[in-house]
Design a binder for this molecule. Structure first.
Ligand SMILES: Nc1nc2c(ncn2[C@@H]2O[C@H](COP(=O)(O)OP(=O)(O)OP(=O)(O)O)[C@@H](O)[C@H]2O)c(=O)[nH]1
Ligand SMILES: [Mg+2]
Length: 195
């Protein structure tokens, strides 16, 4: 897709505040700090559009971004950050879950895993939830620049195993720094939006 325009639209905590014009949505999910907001910015080639931070827990609401006046990219809060209170963790998770189960015009969820870490129980729970909600997902292994090519292959296998995926299940390595995987992810988004 050629990006003609990309802009922030609104933040919402509750489904009644989500946009209601029915445009197709692409959402970014994963643990706190995995690189969701950064990836959204790289895809739209607009630094700082979605707010990012070294410290996990930056995104706390469901944030909608208009793309070409036709689609929404949706940045979600993360889960699993141990160093905040249980209440905070539960709130971020519930904001995310409410969105994913709200029967949105959700065309693709980009489910992000940090290449350097083994998936956690919450990642498995997330994939179960997506399956139950019948939402198509793409698994992306983030921060690929932190690993060598051979390590990345091992990391993809670890992720496949931990998530109980088929041996040949697609996992796209992605790096916001080197832009590795950018074309692959766009090809999949484009194909999804066309189908
Ligand atoms: N090395 C490297 N760092 C990255 C990459 N992507 C993101 N980061 C860094 O990871 C940190 C977290 O990035 P965010 O995009 O804010 O992560 P998030 O998943 O949106 O986090 P929350 O909103 O807190 O859930 C930032 O310091 C980013 O610069 C990447 O591909 N490579
Ligand atoms: Mg974020």
């Amino acid at each position: 897709m050629k990006i003609i325009s990309a802009s922030y639209v609104k933040s919402a905590m509750r489904p009644e505040h989500y946009p209601s014009d029915g445009r197709p949505e692409i959402a970014f999910v994963g643990r706190s700090n995995v690189g969701k907001s950064t990836m959204l910015n790289v895809l739209l080639n607009k630094k700082g559009l979605a707010k990012t931070s070294k410290t996990p827990g930056k995104t706390q609401t469901v944030n909608f971004f208009d793309v070409n006046g036709k689609y929404y990219f949706v940045d979600l809060p993360g889960y699993g950050y141990a160093k905040v209170s249980k209440e905070m963790r539960e709130q971020w998770a519930s904001v995310m879950t409410s969105y994913l189960t709200a029967k949105r015009p959700l065309r693709l969820v980009i489910a992000m895993m940090d290449s350097r870490h083994e998936p956690a129980d919450q990642d498995l729970d997330l994939l179960d939830l997506l399956e139950d909600a019948e939402v198509p997902s793409l698994i992306v292994a983030t921060k690929a620049d932190k690993l060598r090519v051979s390590e990345m292959e091992a990391a993809s296998n670890t992720i496949r195993k931990a998530l109980g995926l088929d041996e040949d299940a697609a996992i796209v390595p992605f790096s916001a720094n080197s832009k590795q995987g950018l074309r692959d992810v766009w090809n999949i988004i484009d194909a999804t939006l066309k189908s």
